[in-house]
Design a protein. Structure first.
Length: 576
């Protein structure tokens, strides 16, 4: 419940709407209470056979009912608007948090678990929040007002009427707690299902290539059954709860009818007064049932609320500290000083005592076997991670002392697999510079050797792409990615095996574009084909997270060491 109460801070921007809702709620409660004396008066006029007053009271009842509905649904609409706005704000807070998280978060958390919190959990909180806003205040006020009037009519009969309340509260709380525990299991199973779907979509080509469609269907079916069993457990609790509460209500009504009838026969109260009292009892049914449902819903939503706040409360490992500085124009001198790094505190370091001095405009090639630490090393430069030991400096300033946006806005990365977004080619290239003119985009595309295929497309720059750049070849996607980097005009450039997955023709075009991109920039290149880095200013050879060799291509070949070994293997393969 404490976590659910934390949601109330999201209500503060809408306090005036809440004040209006309280006013409408009071009017609704008053109109409910007025029903009881009106029913009594109608019954009295019928008993007295006074047609004129009876007719007047009927019209009064019509007006009162109309006002009651107006107050009720105006309050419902107002609180539904507030509820949906609050949920929109919660989703925005979650999305902003996802943008704030460092890469280590995404390497540890399952995508399905994140998406379930973002959609399924938020939807469950939305239902509880909106129902709570719509029901708790008006129904609580109605409950108090009606019970107060019933005590005014007949306190003995009222005490008889509420005799079942303690048992009703116990049953509601008991089943709500059971449903909360079940809800936790259901949300976990839903997260597992979402993860399977996400994983399947991302890897559909592999699944089809290995003919594992039936295996994946069986896996999804198995997980769906687990989700079904957890859901049905919650349904069973609901099915058991409703009859118990319904029976309790019926017994209370029978008791009121018996004792009220007894008082009428003893001339303690009149028949019209009993009818008014019984009308009040019926008016209590809706508030009691509504509050019961809302309480149960809130208990179920508590699990989702806890999951949402566990994400919102999770700190980002890479953050700006209080005294960071903006550096509007970097030169591009990069220094690694005794840098070591491990992804987890209890794991062996991936990088060990790295020392490297890079001058502005130099091209640095990183070479080594898979797992040597090449990608990890370049991922430290944009501060995707921080060194476990040592420091990395740009222009003599520790990266941790530079504002993240100030640093990353002057970097560009061209990964091995180009990341394109659903949208137009123009949008994708402008990702490098959102305010770029169309002429600047075209110029960047030409420098990246991308304009030659873009101008042949029906919509040119406004041609729409599917997810992950569907419709473009690997080489075309890579050239779009390079155009994006050119448009950004970075001081520091990172190329992560940017040509390793391309055919010879595409590689030549991309390599030509990369040469244009690297001009005058400090560049880190993770090289797969050594022929592409022979002109690098420094080639850094990594083995097991350590630098074992540094030099130019000719120097390292002359040494006959690790680099020469890699070069000879590739050269002999090429000859064959």
């Amino acid at each position: 419940m404490a976590q659910y109460l934390r949601l109330l801070k999201f209500l503060l921007p809408y306090k005036y709407s809440l004040y209006a809702s309280v006013f409408l709620t009071l009017l609704f409660a008053v109109s409910n209470v007025m029903v009881m004396p009106l029913i009594r008066d109608i019954a009295n006029e019928v008993a007295d056979k006074n047609l004129v007053y009876f007719t007047n009271h009927i019209f009064s009842a019509l007006i009162l009912f109309t006002l009651r509905l107006t107050f009720k649904y105006a309050q419902y609409y107002l609180m539904a608007w507030v509820g949906h706005r609050v949920i929109l704000d919660i989703r925005m807070a979650l999305y902003e948090k996802l943008q704030d998280f460092s890469l280590d978060f995404y390497s540890k958390w399952k995508t399905g678990d994140v998406l379930t919190r973002f959609f399924s959990d938020v939807d469950r909180v939305k239902d509880a929040l909106i129902q709570g806003f719509e029901q708790i205040l008006p129904q609580s006020v109605t409950l108090i007002a009606v019970i107060g009037y019933l005590f005014y009519l007949n306190w003995r009969l009222t005490l008889i009427s509420i005799v079942g309340v303690p048992l009703f509260i116990f049953l509601t709380m008991y089943f709500a707690e059971k449903l909360k525990k079940t809800s936790v299991k259901v949300q976990r199973k839903t997260a597992d299902l979402a993860h399977i779907v996400q994983e399947t979509i991302a890897n559909i080509a592999v699944i089809k290539a290995y003919t594992f469609e039936k295996r994946e269907i069986a896996r999804f079916h198995k997980e769906s059954n687990r989700n079904f069993m957890a859901t049905m457990k919650g349904v069973r609790y609901t099915v058991i709860q409703e009859p118990f509460i319904g029976l309790l209500q019926f017994l209370v009504i029978l008791l009121v009818i018996w004792y009220g009838g007894y008082q009428v026969t003893k001339d303690i109260i009149t028949g019209p007064m009993l009818l008014a009292f019984f009308t009040g009892i019926l008016l209590l049914v809706d508030p009691v049932m509504a509050l019961s449902r809302v309480y149960t819903m809130i208990k179920q939503a508590t699990a989702s609320t806890e999951r949402i706040f566990s994400l919102l409360d999770l700190p980002a490992t890479i953050q700006n500290h209080a005294t960071v500085q903006k550096v509007p124009s970097l030169h591009g001198n990069v220094t690694f000083e005794n840098v070591s790094f491990a992804y987890e505190a209890n794991q062996s370091p991936v990088l060990k005592n790295i020392n490297l001095d890079v001058k502005k405009g130099e091209i640095i090639a990183l070479v080594g076997l898979s797992g040597a630490g090449k990608s990890t090393m370049v991922n430290l430069i944009p501060r995707f991670y921080d060194p476990t030991e040592g420091s990395i400096k740009v222009d003599g300033i520790d990266l941790r002392d530079i504002q993240l946006n100030s640093l990353r806005s002057q970097l560009a990365i061209v990964p091995q697999e180009s990341i394109l977004f659903r949208g137009t080619l123009l949008d994708n290239i402008r990702y490098g510079k959102l305010n770029a003119t169309e002429e600047e985009v075209i110029e960047a595309a030409k420098k990246a050797n991308a304009w030659e295929f873009i101008e042949k497309m029906p919509g040119k720059l406004r041609s729409r792409l599917g997810d992950r750049g569907y419709k473009l070849s690997g080489g075309q996607k890579q050239r779009v990615s390079i155009a994006r980097a050119i448009l950004r005009d970075p001081k520091i450039l990172i190329l992560d095996e940017a040509t390793s997955a391309l055919d010879s023709k595409s590689e030549a075009l991309v390599q030509e574009a990369l040469i244009t991109l690297m001009e005058g920039r400090t560049t880190f290149v993770i090289a797969h084909r050594l022929s592409t880095i022979v002109h690098a200013h420094k080639i850094v050879v990594l083995e097991n997270g350590r630098i074992v060799e540094i030099g130019t291509h000719d120097e390292l070949v002359g040494k006959g060491g690790a680099y020469y070994h890699f070069y000879r293997i590739q050269f002999e393969k090429k000859k064959k």
